[in-house]
Design a protein around this ligand. Structure first.
Ligand code: ADP
Length: 458
C-alpha cells in the first residue's frame, strides 16, 4: 500500500520524466536532421564552386596541365575530400589518393553512418566551357556529410543545452510535483486521520486545514459537520439517558415513597392521596405514550387520514380550546386571519396535534401577562401560519436542537412539565405533510414559529 502523496508524486514525476526525455530526443533528432540537410547543401555549393573554378582555369589556360587548379588540393586535404581532375577523354590530369585523406581524418569527423567506418564514394561533375565538355571533376569523400571541428562543437553544445534543460525541467517538475501532491494529499490524509479519530469516539477532533480545491474543501467541511453531528448525538444520547431515567424515576419515587408510607401506616389512605398518586401514574403513562408515538413517527408507521383541511378553522378551534389555560396566566391569544378559506390536504387530527403542541409551548414558555399572536397568510400558493409569543425565548445555542428528541432548553428543564418530545412530533407530522417549520427567537424576547403548507389546488 502507498500513501496518496507518494503515489501521486510518482505518477507526476514518471509522466514528466517520460515527457521531457521524449521531447529531448525529438528535439535532438530534428536538430540533427536539419543540421545534416544544411551540411549537404553546403557540400553541394562547394561542389558547384569547384566545378566553376575548373571551368575558369580552362577558360584562362585553354588546356589542362599537371598544375591546373592544384591549389584546390590544399583545401580538399583540409576538408577531408578527395579531388581528381580528368580531361575530356576521362584521362587523369592530376588526382589525390583517397587513402591520404583517410589518414588525415583526425579532427574531421563525420555524421550519418557510424563514425570511423566511412565508405568511400565519389561523384563526377562535368566541366563545360562554351557548351562543350572539356573535362571532369571527381569529388570523393568517406562520409555522406563532413563536419569540421567547429561543426562538431556546435552540435555538442546544442546537445549539452538540450540535456541541461531537460535535467533542469525534471528538477523543477519534481519540486512542483511534490508540492502539488502535497496540496492534494495533505487534506485527504488529515480527513482520513480525523475519521479514524471519530471512529475511536474522539468526537472533538476536527481537521485544522483548508483547501482551495472545491471537492477537498467540501470533504473537509463534511468531516467537520460529521464531527459536530456525532458530538451532538453523543451529548443527546447522554442527555437522553439521564432525562429518561429522571422522567421515570420521579413518578416512581413519588409512588414508591407514598405507597410505602401508606403500607407502613405512616400516611393514611385518603381519596386525595390516591388521586395524586394516580396523576403521577398518568404522567408516567403520558411519557411512555409520547415516546411510543414518536417511535411510530420515526418508523414512518403512522397512517395519515387525508382529507381537505381548513387551516383557519382548525387553528381558531385550537386557540379557543386554550383560551382558558392561557387566561390562568393572564396571557392574551390574538388571531389574525383574512376572510379566506385556507385549504390544504392533510390529516386533521395530526395537524391539530401540531398546533396544540406549538400553542401549549407558547403558553408554557410565556410570562404572566404575556401575549401570543397567531397569523395566517397566503403567499405564493403557500399558506403561512405564524405562532409568535413574547415569552422567555430560546437561547441561541439551543435553537438548532429544539426539534431533536427529548431536547429541552435549560430553562425548560427547570419546569417539571414537558419532556422534549412535543416539537419533535411537530416536525415529524409536518414532514409527513411536506410542510416546513422555522423558528426565530431571542432570549427573553419570545419565539416565533413559522409553518409553510402547500395550498390545496381547487
Ligand atoms: P418540552 O416543551 O416538552 O420541553 P418541546 O419539544 O415542545 O419539549 O420543546 C423543546 C424545547 O424547545 C423546550 O424545552 C424549550 O426549551 C424550547 N421551546 C419550545 N417552544 C418554545 C417557546 N415558545 N418559547 C421558548 N422556548 C420554547
Amino acid at each position: 500500500m502507498q500513501s496518496v502523496r507518494r503515489r501521486l508524486s510518482l505518477i507526476l514525476i514518471a509522466c514528466t520524466i517520460a515527457a521531457v526525455i521524449l521531447s529531448a530526443v525529438f528535439v535532438n533528432i530534428t536538430m540533427n536532421n536539419t543540421f545534416n540537410k544544411y551540411m549537404v547543401d553546403v557540400q553541394n555549393q562547394r561542389n558547384v564552386r569547384i566545378v566553376q573554378y575548373f571551368e575558369q582555369i580552362y577558360k584562362n589556360e585553354g588546356k589542362w596541365t599537371n598544375s591546373s587548379g592544384t591549389e584546390q588540393m590544399h583545401e580538399a586535404y583540409m576538408s577531408d575530400y578527395c579531388l581528381t581532375l580528368l580531361d575530356a577523354n576521362k584521362d587523369v590530369v592530376w588526382g589525390m589518393n583517397p587513402s591520404d585523406i583517410r589518414n588525415t581524418t583526425t579532427t574531421h569527423m563525420m555524421m550519418g553512418a557510424g563514425a570511423g567506418k566511412g565508405v568511400y564514394t565519389s561523384k563526377t561533375f562535368e566541366i563545360k566551357v562554351e557548351g562543350k565538355i572539356v573535362g571532369y571533376a571527381l569529388i570523393g569523400q568517406y562520409y555522406a556529410v563532413l563536419l569540421s571541428e567547429q561543426d562538431i562543437n556546435f552540435k555538442t553544445s546544442i546537445n549539452k543545452g538540450i540535456a541541461i534543460s531537460a535535467f533542469i525541467a525534471i528538477l523543477i517538475v519534481v519540486a512542483v510535483s511534490l508540492n502539488i501532491s502535497k496540496q492534494f494529499s495533505l487534506p485527504i490524509k488529515t480527513v482520513s486521520d480525523i475519521s479514524v479519530e471519530l471512529s475511536k469516539g474522539n468526537y472533538e477532533s476536527r481537521p485544522n486545514i483548508k483547501s482551495k480545491i472545491i471537492e477537498l474543501s467540501n470533504l473537509i467541511g463534511s468531516i467537520n459537520m460529521l464531527g459536530e453531528k456525532l458530538m451532538h448525538q453523543e451529548q443527546l444520547r447522554k442527555r437522553l439517558v439521564s432525562d429518561i431515567s429522571h422522567e421515570i424515576r420521579t413518578p416512581l419515587n413519588v409512588l414508591q415513597n407514598n405507597l410505602e408510607a401508606m403500607i407502613d401506616g405512616i400516611l393514611p389512605i385518603t381519596g386525595d392521596r390516591l388521586i395524586n398518586l394516580n396523576e403521577e401514574v398518568i404522567r408516567f403513562g403520558k411519557l411512555l405514550n409520547n415516546l411510543n408515538s414518536l417511535n411510530q413517527f420515526e418508523e414512518q408507521e403512522v397512517p395519515l387520514n387525508i382529507t381537505t383541511v381548513f387551516l383557519d378553522d382548525l387553528v381558531t378551534d385550537v386557540c379557543s380550546d386554550y383560551i382558558t389555560i392561557a387566561k390562568a396566566k393572564n396571557i392574551n391569544i390574538n388571531i389574525s386571519t383574512e376572510p379566506n378559506k385556507y385549504m390544504i390536504i392533510g390529516d386533521e387530527d395530526k395537524l391539530k396535534q401540531v398546533f396544540i403542541n406549538l400553542l401549549s409551548n407558547a403558553i408554557k414558555f410565556n410570562k404572566e401577562n404575556g401575549s401570543i399572536w397567531v397569523k395566517l397568510q397566503e403567499l405564493d400558493n403557500k399558506i403561512m401560519v405564524e405562532i409568535k409569543d413574547n415569552g422567555i425565548g430560546i437561547k441561541k445555542e439551543d435553537l438548532p436542537y429544539i426539534f431533536e428528541r427529548l431536547y429541552r432548553g435549560d430553562r425548560s428543564r427547570q419546569l417539571t412539565s414537558g419532556n422534549g418530545i412535543g416539537l419533535t412530533i411537530v416536525k415529524k407530522i409536518l414532514d409527513l405533510h411536506g410542510a416546513s417549520i422555522d423558528v426565530l427567537s431571542e432570549e427573553s424576547k419570545g419565539a416565533t414559529f413559522t409553518l409553510n403548507f402547500m395550498k390545496k389546488v381547487e
